[in-house]
Design a binder for this molecule. Structure first.
Ligand code: SAH
Length: 361
């Protein structure tokens, strides 16, 4: 399927048709009209069907009256951090579910949009507020893509563009594998949105079969692994998924991915006081990284209300990084952004929707 087919099918389904062909037939549309719709939405970032001036007026009116919205996500709350660098949106889907996406504007023209792949999440990581609320449903490719489109339109007003997209919002991208790959196609399409594969990062909790599958995609999308602890005992305490995919299996899958794709892997490591931040953990982490093109990203913890966990103090993060540095492991510490607007995964929705029971570790 081409990116345009993905978009048209998904949009047609949202509008109540079986697929793009049924939609085209209902409106007696020639194929080039479908192409015009697709380009207007994904390349020209037009806001509404009514504003797609290449389409005949009667067609625009017919589509508008039948409810063929170009947006499948509607902003409910949009907050901007005091420093203006982080904008967070809570978006409502057609069935009332809500997901979050965040725009980060870095130095220069670099911008990153963090998008969600599922409403909720099934994996229940102890430190993550999305996991604490449980899983609701998968997003469709267009619902995923439209989060990026929303911020692309917002940036365009200021003469800026999205330079990076990360699948680090709500949900587990590899638990919604096909839709995420279709969304990547939409983001990447040179005839549409046009974002290079190397500017896209998928972050996973560590689902081994999907890492294997991803190794064979033949695309240069970046892979990030949420490792968070270097032993099964410790990882199992904060990430239930470790019981199904223990560290040895995960690292073996990563090694195969790296060998096959020759691409660097990013390992995310949320620094939690007294849980995974001691010297022994740093040495064990360094041992797991040794001999590969692996990069560690240490993440200062964004405290979530229900988790009885605390973030590691800055000095300890630096000491931990020093051990990794000394062992020759490339390591960066992620700069927290948007803390004043609770911009970590799932935190905004947690304020508007009730949570399931608090977790304990
Ligand atoms: N399910 C995917 C992507 C979603 S979260 C994954 O697990 O990778 C993106 C990253 O944010 C993950 O590394 C996740 O562990 C981390 N994260 C979640 N909650 C956090 C919090 N409160 N503070 C800091 N990082 C958090």
């Amino acid at each position: 399927m081409t990116a345009a087919d993905v978009w048209l099918d998904d949009k047609a389904r949202h509008a109540g048709y079986a697929d793009a062909a049924a939609f085209a037939q209902a409106h007696a549309l020639k194929p080039y009209r479908l192409g015009q719709l697709y380009r207007a939405a994904t390349k020209e970032l037009v806001g509404t069907v009514g504003a797609i001036t290449v389409l005949p007026r009667e067609l625009r009116e017919a589509l508008e009256s039948q409810g063929f919205p170009l947006e499948s996500v509607a902003p409910v709350v949009v907050q901007r951090s005091k420093d203006g660098q982080t904008t967070k949106g809570l978006f409502r889907l057609h069935d009332g579910n809500e997901v979050e996406a965040v725009l980060m504007e870095h130095w220069g023209d670099r911008t990153t949009v963090c998008i969600s792949s599922q409403a909720g999440c099934a994996f229940k990581c102890a430190f993550c507020s999305t996991g604490q609320a449980g899983f609701t449903r998968n997003l469709t490719p267009v619902e995923i893509f439209d989060q990026a489109r929303y911020f692309a339109r917002e940036l365009a007003q200021r003469g800026k563009k999205i330079t990076n997209v990360v699948f680090m919002g709500m949900g587990e991208p590899f638990h919604n594998y096909d839709a995420v790959m279709a969304a990547v196609k939409l983001l990447n399409d040179p005839a549409g949105f046009g974002l290079g594969h190397r500017h896209i990062t998928i972050s996973t909790v560590g689902l081994v079969p999907q890492i294997e599958r991803f190794s064979d995609e033949g695309i240069q999308v970046n892979l990030a692994i949420s490792l968070h602890a270097p032993t099964d005992e410790r990882r199992g305490r904060i990430m239930p998924v470790n019981r199904r995919h223990p560290i040895a299996d995960l690292m073996a899958a990563c090694a195969r991915y790296a060998a096959k794709t020759k691409r660097k892997i990013f390992f995310e490591y949320v620094m939690l006081e007294g849980v995974n931040d001691d010297d022994a953990s740093a040495r064990a982490l360094a041992a797991l990284m040794r001999g590969h093109l692996y990069h560690v990203n240490l993440i200062p913890y964004n405290a979530t209300p229900d988790a009885p966990l605390r973030g590691t103090a800055d000095a300890r993060i630096r000491a931990f990084q020093h051990i990794l540095d000394a062992a020759g492991v490339p390591t960066t510490v992620r700069t927290p952004m948007g803390r004043d607007i609770a911009a970590a995964c799932g935190q905004l929705r947690a304020q508007t929707q009730p949570r399931a029971n608090a977790v304990s570790v």
